[in-house]
Design a protein around this ligand. Sequence first.
Ligand SMILES: Nc1ncnc2c1ncn2[C@@H]1O[C@H](COP(=O)(O)OP(=O)(O)O)[C@@H](O)[C@H]1O
Ligand SMILES: [Mg+2]
Length: 370
Amino acid sequence: MNLKKVAIIYNDDMDMLIEKEHSITSWEGVIDTAKSVEAALKSEGLSTTLIPLRDKVEDFIKTIKLENADIIFNLCEGAMGKSAFEMNVAAVLELFGFRFTGSGPLTLSLALNKARAKGILAYHGIPTPKFTIYDLRFTNLEITNRQSKIENRKSLSFPLIVKPVQEDASIGIDQDAVVKNMSTLKNRVNYVIKSYKQPAIVEEYIDGREFNIAVMGNHKPKALPVSEIDFSRFSENNPKICTYEAKWVTDSPIYLKTPPICPADIPRELEQKLFSIALKAYNVLGCRDYARVDMRMGEDGIPKILEVNPNPDISPNAGFVRSAAAYGFSYPQLILEIVGMTYNRYQKTENRKEETGKRKEDCSFLISNS
Ligand SMILES: Nc1ncnc2c1ncn2[C@@H]1O[C@H](COP(=O)(O)OP(=O)(O)O)[C@@H](O)[C@H]1O
Ligand SMILES: [Mg+2]
């Protein structure tokens, strides 16, 4: 593999965040991840450069061009303080013809919008909790006037969970996200729409075990050992969910009460079921290189997909890396593997293009003779 230099790009836009108090810790993490990825690649003998995306996109592109790296490691989780711009970064890279790690813009955009992703999964017969959407028309707290809509909740049964439709990292998810009756549902829908300036997705709350499946690869993607979140330290009264605090506030009691277990202690049959559902989801959403699929076990014994993360956290202590370690990859090996997969993916496409070009040349006499 003739791969020498990797440019690591990440969003450095904390000062532009709209809802700072709700998400600052998760956004800070991106810079640390970029540094860890850089150290990993250096330790594998590659030359690297770190390129932050701030507010000047032209400068960002110019720097990428100047650096002339073989591969771009795309760690951007958004731009200009908005996670919705995650896909735009990939789209710009694609337009400029850069070779970059991870999924393309379409997959990133579909997965970021949980409702759209779930619609596609459901169409393909992939299990996901029943849901509905409440849109921005509720911003004025005039829910009473629109009660008919909220009360016709497409036969969803309580308890329900209310989440911002396009956020990540459990932004907007705390213990009050799980609602048990109509009045708390209305309040929470209003809260999410007003605070996060986007529709709220309301989903059936699945009380079962929570699993994360890391998937890697392109032609024949593979699932890595299953990770489970252990909720056994929770009291009966608290909903067993991974809130923002549980994921990011490392000294909070709830963080300590949600330890991951990897590999999960599950029978082989369940592992195969989880793998098969995760791989199907990876394929139908068009994921590339690596992704993580989050699932909960339904009462009916069928694991249900909460979401697909085509740009999952790959910092050294993230769930994805834990699964990769259980598979046998050290951190530098994992990062190198991702870069290698990306490199091969572009090589294959470029070879295919050359092949097609040659075939056209071979047939050129047909055209000139006609
Ligand atoms: N339908 C659900 N039933 C039970 N728990 C859920 C459900 N949806 C989300 N959760 C809990 O909330 C957490 C975050 O939700 P998720 O949909 O994965 O959003 P994010 O993109 O913010 O990670 C999950 O890890 C899980 O603990
Ligand atoms: Mg999640």
